[in-house]
Design a protein around this ligand. Sequence first.
Ligand code: PMV
Length: 336
Amino acid sequence: MFPVMLKEFFLKNKFMKATAIAPSNIALIKYWGKKDEKLRLPANSSISINLSGLKTITTVEFSPKYEKDEVIIDQKENAKEGKRVSQHLDRIRKLAKISLRAKVISKNNFPKSSGLASSASGFAALTLAGAQAAGLNLSQKELTVLARLGSGSACRSIPDGFVEWRQGKDSQSSYAYSLFPTDYWDLSIITTLVESGEKKVSTSSGHQLAKTSHFFKTRLKKINDKIVLLKNFIKEKNFLAFGELVEKEALEMHAIMLTSTPSLIYWQPATIEVLKYIQNLREAGLPVYGTIDAGPHLYIICERKNEKELINKLKKVEAIKKVIINRPAPGARLVS
Ligand code: PMV
């Protein structure tokens, strides 16, 4: 007990409070299904881009003045989310050998739990701010491992730009790292928000259904080849091959969802409408491709030179309620 108290004494007089900002990310090769539920080890490796327009900022303060963890997300307290945050703080407390309770204040600049990966940016920001506030000195790799335990895709929001999460064999070998820096390729990722509301089946529950689809095994057989191809297309900046692969991959993940038991349908009629719309744009000569996460919104990817034309076209689509323009972004950062 003595070393614990000593550490808390030192921390009390130094930094016990920290703020971090983290981007959401969009997966190009999706993480869907886990091979280890408790450790959140994914069934396959995945690749994503951090998004400049979708962010979470989180402050964590450990202090003797708190009798229990207090968690405020977007100005509200929510018991279920609070519990998950508190469990993540327990991981941080265990590593730092402290027992102090904490206050967590977190804000998203976009609607959470609607398929825009707020858990990715949320747990990345929480991990970085929490680790710093607890006085931990973790490497980027260690931070990604810790973030993964909170929410799988959160590990990809820690490194910069284009990121790969290696599935690994155990907790330490399942980590994320930057494949290419933020400014490697001038892409635009346009998030198109359609009518949705909070989603009924969380991704955590959705992952458990993946293995009930007969197609899941087939998907896993081919996924490493896809990853190799995608990395090459990014390296060569071969946009057409990249876009084809990314759009098909999103549809493949949704095919797994649709054929699970029970069937999981995150789409809305507007999702198909926007998907068909961009396929038509492509036929008319504008190189744009879409991807969809566990929600109804399309993320439309184009090269920066085509962004303006795409945005102008999207303004005419009634089903789209709002667009958010993203560029590849840096990963999680501490804020002073
Ligand atoms: O990290 P989770 O449990 O929210 O799962 C993310 C799942 C998808 O967003 C659908 C795909 C991905 O790789 O981000």
